[in-house]
Write a protein that binds this ligand. Structure first.
Ligand code: FE2
Length: 278
């Protein structure tokens, strides 16, 4: 396990310690799952992934007030993965925002849209034990709000719900899977992946979508309320920080003055961030 340490000062009376974990990509299959799922588990599974997750969970429970997982806890939909996720989400100290892989049926084989996501969700009957599309929890005077933007989009009802959370008047730590667009993060992302690859951020301008990859551009291009939602979030003084993952590298920058976004690297290789909120 490799821990990154960050500190956020928002004027709390008593400090809070958060363990931010993301992108664990657990890949399991058992006798209830099909041969294709077993093949995926064989190709994508690794004992280290489970070992690192156990370490993260143990550390979070022993040393932190909350473990925030921002999605891709599992790599694909399978009965064995659902059981794993249900067990994790039943932990009192775990707070969860869904990622795209929670809804991935065979990893990268399909155009992923709302219909695909909802078919995957239906497979989870009766769900994973925690709300996957919007959730909130108040702890130590901080409102942790999780919003599913795992397909790079927000929906109008999520903006309505976010406004209700803001009306509570508490400082908010926003938890999303896909990082919100910010220029320094974008530039770093492109420098790592190279021109011509995709921009995996939420709220990219059209010219930032890298036209060499039309497939991804169609998926990622902000639709509906997404651009408005990203701008709205950046304007909210009560939103004190954003936690996100998805890109599998760690990065810290400001979305707007006083609003850091902590992108944390993949939990599958042991990375986690210990965030002290003061
Ligand atoms: Fe992801």
């Amino acid at each position: 396990m490799q821990l990154i340490h960050s500190t956020l000062e928002i004027g709390l009376e008593k400090p809070l310690k958060i363990l931010h974990v993301t992108d664990s990509h657990i890949a399991l299959a058992d006798e209830r799952d099909s041969e294709r799922k077993h093949a995926l588990a064989k190709r994508l599974g690794a004992p280290e992934k489970e070992l690192f997750f156990s370490e993260h969970l143990a550390y979070g429970k022993a040393h932190c007030d909350l473990l925030v997982h921002t999605g891709d806890l599992i790599d694909f939909t399978s009965q064995a993965n659902f059981d794993f996720a249900r067990k994790v989400l039943a932990e009192e100290k775990v707070f969860f925002a869904a990622g795209n892989h929670e809804f991935s049926q065979f990893v990268g084989e399909a155009y992923e849209d709302r219909a695909y996501k909802m078919n995957s969700f239906r497979e989870m009957q009766p769900g994973l034990g925690a709300p996957l599309f919007f959730n909130s929890r108040v702890l130590g005077g901080v409102n942790f709000v999780a919003i599913d933007n795992s397909y790079h989009q927000f929906e109008p009802w999520q903006l309505t719900r976010l406004k209700k959370e803001l009306a509570k008047g508490l400082p908010i730590v926003l938890c999303v899977h896909v990082p919100l667009f910010e220029q320094a993060l974008y530039d770093y992302h492109v420098s790592r992946t190279g021109k011509g690859s995709s921009c995996y951020l939420c709220g990219c301008e059209d010219e930032d979508l890298l036209p060499d990859d039309e497939w991804r551009a169609i998926e990622i291009r902000p639709r509906g309320i997404t651009t408005e939602m990203v701008s709205f979030i950046k304007e909210q003084e009560l939103i004190k920080a954003v936690l996100s993952g998805h890109v599998h590298f760690s990065f810290e920058s400001l979305l707007s003055p006083g609003m850091p976004q902590y992108v944390t690297g993949g939990g599958y290789d042991g990375t986690a961030r210990e965030l002290t909120i003061l």
